[in-house]
Design a protein around this ligand. Structure first.
Ligand code: XLS
Ligand code: CA
Ligand code: CA
Length: 438
């Protein structure tokens, strides 16, 4: 068990059940409880996002941070990074969160040169490896922050300046080394500033080709050093660039096929990014699942009133149920997990709020899992969908599906069968059945 230094007075979070009034207890997430053949712990593989939980004091464009971090102990950023690591493992240990995710710069500060930064990261990776060993907590994914430093203002792999591309390559190489050294299950590429704001100064074809080539090189290097995990792309539209190349799940799926990356890459779907693209969370999960590319999830929730990337903790049960229906039908996430890419609100300033937020997120998904499993197994809710396609079980329809029948033949059959009957989609019935089971 990690020490009791940074979160004094908070004990390991117990499961107490739906009737508990203890705000520091789980009401639905019971890690050993078995649903649909797996424990809740195995279903979710919950992860803490290092950047929000330990690095983000709640600043916004109008004001400084509102939370004080007890791990910011010194003027030396390396000392702070080490304290932050201790705090991270104390927090995850108390929460019973089995995985974490980081950007290189969350773990260790950028140095004065590429080699300096590599040394910093290596030092922290060695300490993190010890922490993992002691606690059993594992790395869900690592990534490189290719968007915060001003050098990346015009993108990283898609930057018009080759010098920046090489800098990004150095950073990805080091982040891959770190991920492999820590036994990471996945490696994530979120587009960051891979996009553009003005078309008349941007060669989009060149930039996309560069992104494709860059990812091929990263994949080849990763496989060379023994990375057996999944590479993930995390789609997101319009932030920070006006036009992001990785707009949504469907765009990324096409991109991966175009550049021959489809065997090594899957998608990391973030709820708030899907809604920012004017999709639902479930829609992007569905698109990824249909393509055999549902890799992992960044679990959060957007603020519906402004539709921006607010990264709220996921407490919307209905959205979580829709998500779990897709995840269960997909047979889970394999090596992926549910990473809380979410931050407590700027006004949530008590240290316990970080615990409460994670408890709320884990309970939301645990409850959604129970409901979704019931909807699939007992209510057979997916039959509504499948039954709409029953006519495709007929021999003629099968020869259409497998490409044997041509357009003229379909015309003949159309004439023979006459005017089709109307088949109700039953949307309101499905919606009311879901409500009945919440
Ligand atoms: C930003 C992204 C980012 C990725 C990792 O919007 O969500 O945090 O998950 O770089
Ligand atoms: Ca994310
Ligand atoms: Ca986000």
């Amino acid at each position: 068990m990690s020490e009791n230094i940074y979160f004094p007075g908070i004990n390991p979070i117990p499961y107490e059940g739906p009737d508990s009034e203890n705000h520091l207890a789980f009401k639905y997430y019971d890690e050993d409880y078995v649903v649909a053949g797996k424990t809740m712990k195995e279903h979710f593989r919950f992860a803490m996002a290092y950047w929000h939980s330990l690095c983000n004091p709640g600043s916004d464009p109008f004001g400084q941070g509102t939370r004080r971090f007890p791990w910011d102990i010194s003027d030396d950023p390396m000392e702070n990074a080490k304290a932050r690591l201790d705090a991270a493992f104390e927090f995850m240990g108390k929460m019973g969160i089995p995985f974490y995710c980081f950007h290189d710069r969350d773990l260790a500060p950028e140095g004065d040169s590429i080699e300096d930064s590599e040394r910093n990261l290596k030092e922290l990776v060695e300490l993190a490896a010890q922490k993992q060993e002691e606690s059993g907590i594992r790395l869900l994914w690592g990534t490189a922050n290719l968007f915060s430093h001003p050098r990346y203002m015009n993108g990283a792999a898609t930057n018009p300046d080759f010098q920046v591309v090489c800098h990004a390559a150095a950073q990805v190489k080091a982040a891959l080394d770190a991920t492999v050294a820590l036994g990471g299950e996945n490696y994530v590429f979120w587009g960051g500033r891979e996009g553009y704001t003005y078309l008349l100064n941007t060669d989009t074809k060149k930039e996309l080709d560069h992104l494709g080539r860059f990812l091929q090189l990263a994949r080849d290097y990763g496989r060379k050093i023994g990375f057996e995990g999944t590479f993930l792309i995390e789609p997101k539209p319009m932030e920070p660039s006006l036009h992001q190349y990785d707009f949504d799940a469907s765009t990324v799926i096409g991109f991966l096929h175009h550049y021959g990356l489809e065997k090594d890459f899957k998608l990391n779907i973030e709820a708030n990014h899907a809604t920012l693209a004017n999709h639902s969370f479930a829609h992007d999960l569905r698109m990824a699942a249909d393509a055999g590319m549902l890799g992992s999830i960044d679990a959060n929730h957007g603020e519906p009133l402004n539709g921006w990337d607010t990264d709220n903790f996921p407490t919307n049960l209905y959205e979580a149920i829709e998500a779990m229906l897709v995840v269960l039908e997909n047979g889970g996430l394999g090596r992926g997990g549910f990473n809380f890419d979410a931050k407590v609100r700027r006004t949530s300033t008590d240290p316990e709020d970080l615990f409460i937020a994670h408890i709320a997120g884990m309970d939301t998904f645990a409850r959604a899992l129970l409901i979704a499993d019931k909807l699939i197994q007992e209510v057979r809710i997916l039959d509504f969908r499948d039954n709409r396609y029953l006519s495709f079980h007929e021999a003629n329809a099968l020869s259409f599906e497998n490409g044997q029948a041509d357009l003229e033949t379909l015309r003949e059959w159309g004439i023979k069968m006459g005017e089709p009957e109307r088949l109700s989609g039953k949307q309101e019935l499905i919606e009311s059945i879901i409500n009945q089971h919440i």
